[in-house]
Structures are given as structure tokens and as C-alpha cells.
Design a binder for this molecule. Structure first.
Ligand code: GLC
Length: 494
């Protein structure tokens, strides 16, 4: 029988069970792909009141958190393509919302402590524990700091993916105390951070391999601009840093059989795309026009580049283009875009909501997709846009720089437009380039086809992750041998 690598994949969210952002997409898709390769995966997420999927009781046990004991109940989701366990506890997870509670530090400490107990109790002993973002990072500290007492943990390799370095899970020392590890761990070279506990720092320092979600994004993490105070810590672990980019589920995101769009299409038959545009214009009350339709699907927050987007939208509305936006976020931007719609009726459509169906329709109908994020570790929307033939214009940063090739620089391979230097001026220049290429319908169509041909599937990324798992296991074996040698030397000296 083939030897499958056993992986425990821990994350705060997992689509379609519960999703807030890109992490949820990755947790919902990557494990599935890994199972198709040579991995035996279990996903583990925390419970909350918004989760509404059928599940069965799997077990319960006491978990020591600080000086108290809480009960952890584990439920297994029914009919999930990857066995998925939900960690539950009424006090911590009996409320709605994945994030944003005053005691998030403690809630996720309980999540990590529960997974740790589960590792000891359940018969699934993973070869690799794959942790994601700050919420699960302290589990790496628990595994490594307890391996003397639980020797099997020594064989567990740790891979840590940083989806967003900005959120680090910084709490007071009191949260560190909940983990019941030795006091010496609360040091600058481990998890202490300006007198506080930094959960992400634990992941960086204890993991065998760390993955940023793109090559450029990972390099940028080492700079003071994008390191968010952890650039020094990451530099120390440079040899363990990798940059495997995310993929998308190309069966789900497929314009050929997407039930949510008006009519299917593919790169050899783009008339369906035109039809989608006409129908969306009608549905949203836009003029019927052949000018370029610009689409945006985004949270309305500064990091997504909303300030320069607002400026650009004015310019688009004054050109022969149209602008359609979907998303919600900060009131300031919501109001600004609503005013824009009032000012340019028939040219601008603003939809301040979360609407999955409309998102699909915008990807399918738009000619150009705008994503001017100030910073983007990987980004998923630009991948979906390309698959639906909506040519992306992106700020050349992080994963956007890695996944969109500027057609001005490379005519054969170009799949969109990029602009370097975050400013309205450079964004407008890229828009202008797109507008003028749009006039040349032959060249535009071949650009659309190139974008649609880009392989954004999980296949190659999942295979890369499999390599990371092997690499992490090798590194962990080396670490163990080193540790053993050191122990023997110390014994000899003593
Ligand atoms: C975070 C990042 C985003 C990335 C996603 C999945 O949401 O901000 O760029 O695509 O995680 O890794």
C-alpha cells in the first residue's frame, strides 16, 4: 500500500462551511487537492454560531487553559470531501462571527490547546501539521515545547503559511500564560514582542518551513514597509521561507458551466461573454453600451486601494467606459461610491453588499477588472477575473505582481496590465493603456484569450505544497539528530 503523508490542516475558517476571506477559500480548496495527491488530510476549524452544516459528535475531553479546565467537544462535518473536525466549546465559540471578539487571543489559545489535546487522544498522528495565520500559530510552540513529554511529537513536522502578516495576534502576557509552557519561552528569540505575546512570531520561530503565499510577497515581507515589525524575525528564518502561490478551484470557477452567470462561454466562443455584459447592464440599470465595462469585487478598505479607485472611477465614468462595484466596508468609501453612482447615472453601478451571485455575474460580464491593492500577499480575485476573461489591472505588488503579466512588457504572454508605484497617476496610466488597447478589438480579443488560458488551478500549487511537506519532514529529522548529538555531548561534558 502506498505510504500517504498524514496532514493535519488547521485554520480559523474553511469554505464553504464558514468563510470570511481568502484564508477560507484556501482551507476549503487546498486540502481537497492534497487528498488527490498522496496525502491523507484532516481539517480542523473552531466552531461558531454561524456554522450551519450537519455534523456528528466525535469526542470530548478536558482542556487545561491557564489554571482552569474547559471542555472541548469535537464534531465531524458530514459528507465533507475532506474529513473536517470542528472544535467546540460554548463559552468560547457559542457566539456568531469567526473574528473580532474582545477575547480573540484567549479563544484561539483554547483552539490551539484543544487541537494539541486532540493530537494526544485521537489515533490520527500527523506527519505534518499545517498551520495558517496567527490563530493557529501557537500550536507550533505547544508541539515543540512538549516533545520531551510526548516523544511522538518529535516526528511531527510543522509547515506554517502566512496569508496576512499584518494580523499577528498580539496579546498581553496573560494570554501566553494560558498555554502552560515554560517561562523561558517568553523571550525575544521565541514569542515575546515588546513585552507582549505575539502569536504569529511563534509560528515563524517554531515552524520547519514557512510559506508566504507568493514569491514577491514573501520577499516583500523582509522589508520594513511590508514586514509589519516582523521583518527581523523573518530574516532570521530566511532559509526556511518559501513562496508557493495560491490557486483557485477551476471546476467551481468555470465560465463554461457556471450556473450563476447569465449564459456560459469559453475562450473559443466569446459571444457568450458579450451576452453576459448586455444582461448585467440591463439588470443593474446601466446604459447599453459597447464601451469597456470595468468591474470591482472587493472589501472597501484602504488596503484594497480604495482611495485611488475612487479617483479612477471618476475618470472611467467620464470616458466611454462604465464602472460596476460590489462589496462593502468602510462608511467613507461606501458613501463616496454611492455619490459617484448618483452623479453618473447609467454609467456607474454601486452594490454595497455581499452577493455571491452578483460577484459571478460581474466576473463574467466585465471587460476589465480593477485591483489596485496597496499590498496583496497573494490575491484570488485577479485569478478568477482572468479565468472569466476580465482583463485585470493591478498594482504590481505581492501575488498580483506574480500572477499578472503586463501585456505592454510581454505581448506574447501578457494577461493584463500592472502599474508600479502606488499612486492615482500610475493607476490612470495603466487604465489609459487598457482603454486604447480595447479600441483594437483583434488585439483585445487575443489578450482576453491569453488571460483565460492562464493555468490558475491548484494542481501545481498543491504539488509544491507536497514538496514543502517532504522538505519540512527532512528538516525536522535533521533538527532531531542535531538535538540528540547535542544531548550526548552535554552528557559527555557533564
Ligand atoms: C489573505 C491575503 C490574500 C490571500 C489570501 C489567501 O486574505 O490578504 O492576498 O490571497 O489570504 O492566501
Amino acid at each position: 500500500m502506498e505510504n500517504k503523508v498524514k496532514v493535519l490542516f488547521a485554520a480559523a475558517e474553511c469554505a464553504p462551511i464558514i468563510k470570511v476571506g481568502g484564508l477560507g477559500d484556501v482551507a476549503g480548496e487546498l486540502p481537497r487537492k492534497l487528498m488527490e495527491l498522496r496525502a491523507d488530510v484532516r481539517v480542523v476549524i473552531p466552531g461558531n454560531r454561524d456554522i450551519n452544516v450537519p455534523s456528528v459528535y466525535k469526542g470530548d475531553f478536558p482542556v487545561k487553559i491557564g489554571f482552569r479546565t474547559e471542555t472541548c467537544i469535537v464534531r465531524e462535518v458530514l459528507k465533507s470531501p475532506v474529513p473536517t473536525w470542528i472544535i467546540d466549546n460554548y463559552h468560547y465559540f457559542g457566539r456568531p462571527g469567526v473574528y473580532g471578539h474582545w477575547d480573540d487571543g484567549e479563544r484561539f489559545a483554547f483552539f490551539c490547546l484543544s487541537i494539541f489535546e486532540m493530537l494526544l487522544k485521537f489515533d490520527f498522528k500527523p506527519d505534518v501539521v499545517h498551520l495558517n495565520d496567527w490563530h493557529t500559530a501557537p500550536l507550533s510552540m505547544l508541539i515543540r515545547e512538549n516533545e520531551r513529554e510526548q516523544p511522538f511529537l518529535r516526528d511531527t513536522a510543522i509547515v506554517y503559511t502566512i496569508h496576512n502578516l499584518e494580523y499577528q495576534g498580539i496579546s498581553g502576557r496573560n494570554v501566553f500564560d494560558l498555554f502552560n509552557v515554560k517561562d523561558v519561552v517568553f523571550k525575544t528569540d521565541k514569542v515575546e514582542y515588546y513585552g507582549c505575546f505575539n502569536a504569529m512570531k511563534a509560528g515563524i520561530n517554531y515552524a520547519d518551513i514557512i510559506n508566504g503565499v507568493s514569491k514577491t510577497g514573501t520577499t516583500q515581507m523582509l522589508t520594513s514597509k511590508y514586514g509589519f515589525g516582523l521583518e527581523g524575525v523573518l530574516k532570521n528564518r530566511k532559509s526556511a521561507l518559501r513562496g508557493v502561490v495560491n490557486g483557485i478551484d477551476i471546476d467551481f470557477w468555470n465560465p463554461e458551466n457556471d450556473k450563476l452567470i447569465y449564459t456560459p462561454f469559453n475562450k473559443d466562443n466569446l459571444s457568450g461573454k458579450k451576452e453576459n455584459k448586455k444582461r448585467l447592464q440591463k439588470e443593474l440599470g446601466l446604459d447599453s453600451s459597447d464601451g469597456p465595462l470595468f468591474g470591482v469585487v472587493s472589501r472597501l478598505v484602504p488596503n484594497k486601494g480604495m482611495d485611488i479607485l475612487e479617483g479612477a472611477a471618476h475618470n472611467i465614468a467620464r470616458s466611454n467606459g462604465q464602472f460596476v462595484l460590489l462589496g462593502s466596508g468602510e462608511k467613507y468609501y461606501e458613501n463616496a461610491f454611492m455619490r459617484l453612482m448618483e452623479r453618473y447615472p447609467g454609467k456607474v453601478s454601486v452594490n454595497l453588499e455581499f452577493n455571491n451571485e452578483l460577484a459571478h455575474k460581474i466576473y463574467a460580464a466585465s471587460d476589465i477588472f480593477l485591483m489596485p491593492s496597496r499590498h496583496e500577499p497573494c490575491g484570488i480575485s485577479q485569478l478568477i477575473a482572468m479565468r472569466y476573461g476580465s482583463v485585470p489591472i493591478v498594482h504590481k505588488t505581492g501575488g498580483l505582481a506574480d500572477t499578472v503579466i503586463d501585456t505592454g512588457r510581454n505581448k506574447e504572454k501578457g494577461t493584463g496590465f500592472t502599474f508600479a508605484g502606488y499612486s492615482l497617476e500610475s493607476f490612470l496610466k495603466a487604465i489609459k493603456r487598457a482603454l486604447s488597447l480595447y479600441e483594437n478589438s483583434k488585439e483585445w480579443v487575443s489578450l482576453v484569450k491569453r488571460a483565460m488560458s492562464r493555468d490558475s488551478s491548484w494542481e501545481s500549487s498543491a504539488a509544491e505544497y507536497m514538496k514543502l511537506y517532504e522538505e519540512a519532514r527532512t528538516l525536522n529529522r535533521k533538527r532531531k539528530t542535531k538535538g540528540r548529538k547535542k544531548a550526548i555531548e552535554e552528557k559527555g561534558e557533564g
